[in-house]
Design a protein around this ligand. Structure first.
Ligand SMILES: Nc1ncnc2c1ncn2[C@@H]1O[C@H](COP(=O)(O)OP(=O)(O)OP(=O)(O)O)[C@@H](O)[C@H]1O
Length: 310
């Protein structure tokens, strides 16, 4: 059973088709990247999945049943990009309050909060106020309050923003662990290298519509351009072959694009015939950043408003 099924979801504002017929499914344990340029509709989509906004059309199925925010919200953890913490409240009290708001009893809340505070080395923060924390420390606290009730669906909007590499790794490891234990993660970010590292599946949204959906591996395969890197003890000179074009020529390393009708073996054959000593040979797949730019190319830098007629 899918953790989440989004079917033909729409949210139109008078001045914008914020989400315009988006469908996707999310499996248990999947780490799912929700990508798109500014104004694409990601936040609007997330707000519908978290019950903050009501869709104009379409359906959300959560754990096999039509999404009922009152019932299901306890199983969903949402960490928005903007901080939702009370600046003047003591950190321990705040974590306890939020845990109980998510339906945990006082005793369980205390046990869970303590567990996470020890794990993230935050015990000494208990009696401090949020306003005393740095941006990164607040981010860490926000992550803890999002996951401490073990939600089945976790939505993280730019979770690494403001975190140093050590704390980023700490949170990354927790994301992997939560997914391993069956929670599904929706990860929204503009940092493509993080998506590449963490996510197993992505969708790309542009102007309110889904323009790409697939596993990270499949998407990279789909956009590959037959580019290979070959490492050589010494580059032959001149290099002249109908099999490939040289894209980049560095000492001991050539980047090649194989021409239509030829195979990687033909490249190897050429260099063997040149009696070159081959040290390495591998395919170069496009990065998600390159794919993203290619797909949204031509889109104006800022999304223009479109008048919605009923
Ligand atoms: N309350 C609103 N009223 C009218 N239009 C809105 C409203 N909220 C969002 N929009 C419009 O809907 C579109 C989608 O906005 P949304 O915030 O969902 O984008 P996003 O993908 O989250 O962008 P970003 O990456 O910049 O955060 C934008 O064109 C925005 O101007």
């Amino acid at each position: 059973m899918n953790r989440l099924e989004v079917k033909h979801l729409k949210k139109y504002y008078t001045s914008q088709k914020a989400v315009d017929d988006i469908s996707f499914t999310l499996a248990p344990g999947s780490i799912f990247g929700l990508l798109g340029p500014n104004g694409a509709g990601k936040t609007t989509l997330i707000r519908m999945i978290t019950g903050i906004l009501f869709p104009d059309a379409g359906e959300i199925i959560f754990n096999g049943q039509p999404f009922n925010p009152d019932r299901d919200i306890a199983y969903i953890g949402y960490m928005p990009e903007e901080k939702g913490l009370y600046k003047k409240m003591k950190i321990g009290d705040q974590a306890m309050y939020l845990a109980q708001l998510k339906g945990l009893s006082k005793a369980t809340a205390m046990e869970r909060v303590k567990h996470w505070f020890v794990k993230f080395e935050m015990e000494s923060w208990w009696n401090r106020k949020v306003e005393d924390l740095s941006k990164g420390m607040q981010q860490k606290l926000q992550f803890v309050t999002t996951v401490l009730n073990d939600p089945k669906l976790i939505i993280l909007d730019e979770p690494f923003s403001g975190l140093d590499p050590v704390n980023s790794n700490l949170i990354k490891d927790e994301i992997y662990q939560l997914a391993k234990n069956g929670s599904s993660i929706i990860f929204s970010t503009h940092r493509m290298e993080q998506v590449e590292e963490i996510c197993d599946h992505i969708i790309l949204v542009n102007k309110g519509q889904k323009i790409l959906d697939g596993s990270v591996t499949a998407v990279k395969q789909q956009f590959k351009e037959n580019i290979y890197a070959i490492g050589l003890e010494q580059n032959p000179s001149p290099i002249n072959s109908p099999v490939f074009e040289v894209i980049n020529n560095k000492p001991h390393q050539l980047l090649l694009k194989i021409n239509e009708g030829y195979k990687p073996n033909d490249v190897l054959l050429y260099f063997l015939q040149q009696q070159a000593a081959i040290q390495s040979f591998h395919e170069i797949l496009p990065s998600l950043s390159e794919i993203f730019i290619k797909l949204v190319e031509g889109t104006p830098l800022t999304r223009q408003f479109q008048t919605v007629t009923a």
